[in-house]
Design a protein around this ligand. Sequence first.
Ligand code: ATP
Ligand code: MG
Ligand code: MG
Length: 388
Amino acid sequence: MSDKVVGILGGGQLGRMLASAASLLNIQIVILDVGEDAPAKQVLASSKHIDGSFKDQQKIAELASQVDVLTVEIEHVDVDALDAVRKSHPNVEIHPAPETIRTIQDKFRQKEHLKKHSCPLGEFMSVDPTPDSIKSATEKLGLPLMLKSRTQAYDGRGNFLLRSLSDIDNAINALGSGSRPLYAEKFLPFSKELAVMVVRSTSGQVASYPVVETVHKDNICHLVFAPLHIADAGLCKRAEEIARNAVTTFEGAGVFGVEMFLLKDGTITINEIAPRPHNSGHYTIEACETSQYSNHLRSILSLPIGSTTLKVPASVMLNLIGVSDSMEPIKSVCSKALEVPGASVHLYGKKDCRKGRKMGHITLVAPSDAELHDRLRPLLETLPSSSS
Ligand code: ATP
Ligand code: MG
Ligand code: MG
């Protein structure tokens, strides 16, 4: 569909699903990842992928020299290296824009940016990793207080919920003993977590996927229900609008994941934005007319963006998260899923299973919400107890 070669920084599960989408469109992909056998490299094994870090300037330059378009499957990349690529390889397009990745990869800068553009947010403030600074943040934002690492955060690793002042030392230790920059957010007792995937073309056209409900467990995404079932029809429209407006404030093409909180009074605030395909958009592979992965590729290659409409009445995505070093509990859920109508099993090909590691997911589609829950029940019952 395109003669352009796409380079992807990062070779995890998102890169793997991008590579699968690329293979359907016969788009050539080169992956940069330290893992020789990284999940994304397994899909297009004949491509000449690069072994190296997406934080290594030289390796990023090597990738740039082999491709026409660069994109990311993770935001924790070396943005200075991308800026250097702009100068050394002016013909290589980078999506989204390096400046967008720079802003988003620092969650405090991201919040400041969204605030400047009048996007709805909970209160937040900068803190130093010291007892005095954290104490004064509790005086302004109250307890409990959500302390967050500004950078390198994922799956809640980098968050600490401070319940009382006596927890401050534990919080500082857990968040890098003063070595990592932090900020604080007011704790929001949300009624639901929502997410909207937004796709933006190189010409600035913006389309959104339906609003979904995400359910987190221990700070990690556990379930995603699409579409969101809620009596207030205007709410979905509002959430999509907030997500689209937020994405419009950033430069560059591609898919963005917008995580939001729905508060008890109906207010919607943005939690964070990912400048790439997102866990809460896995469901789009089976449940939408065009997957987020296909649309990410289409958008960065200036191809027509595909319909983002749901093609099934109900769907749910269940993350398969390691509970120990053994893959067996996950395999049991997958075996069960093979017996369930409408279930699609995705295993990421990660060599080592570890507690808390995302090893795969299952998407279920169904003709009704009631049927969806009937199909989901046996899978949840098979999930190992520490992850159910
Ligand atoms: P990921 O990038 O994998 O989504 P992360 O490490 O960036 O995760 P966050 O999205 O900041 O982490 O937070 C993880 C979860 O913690 C949220 O999905 C939500 O359940 C909870 N959480 C985060 N911030 C707040 C807050 N201010 N108030 C209440 N709960 C919060
Ligand atoms: Mg995050
Ligand atoms: Mg998050």
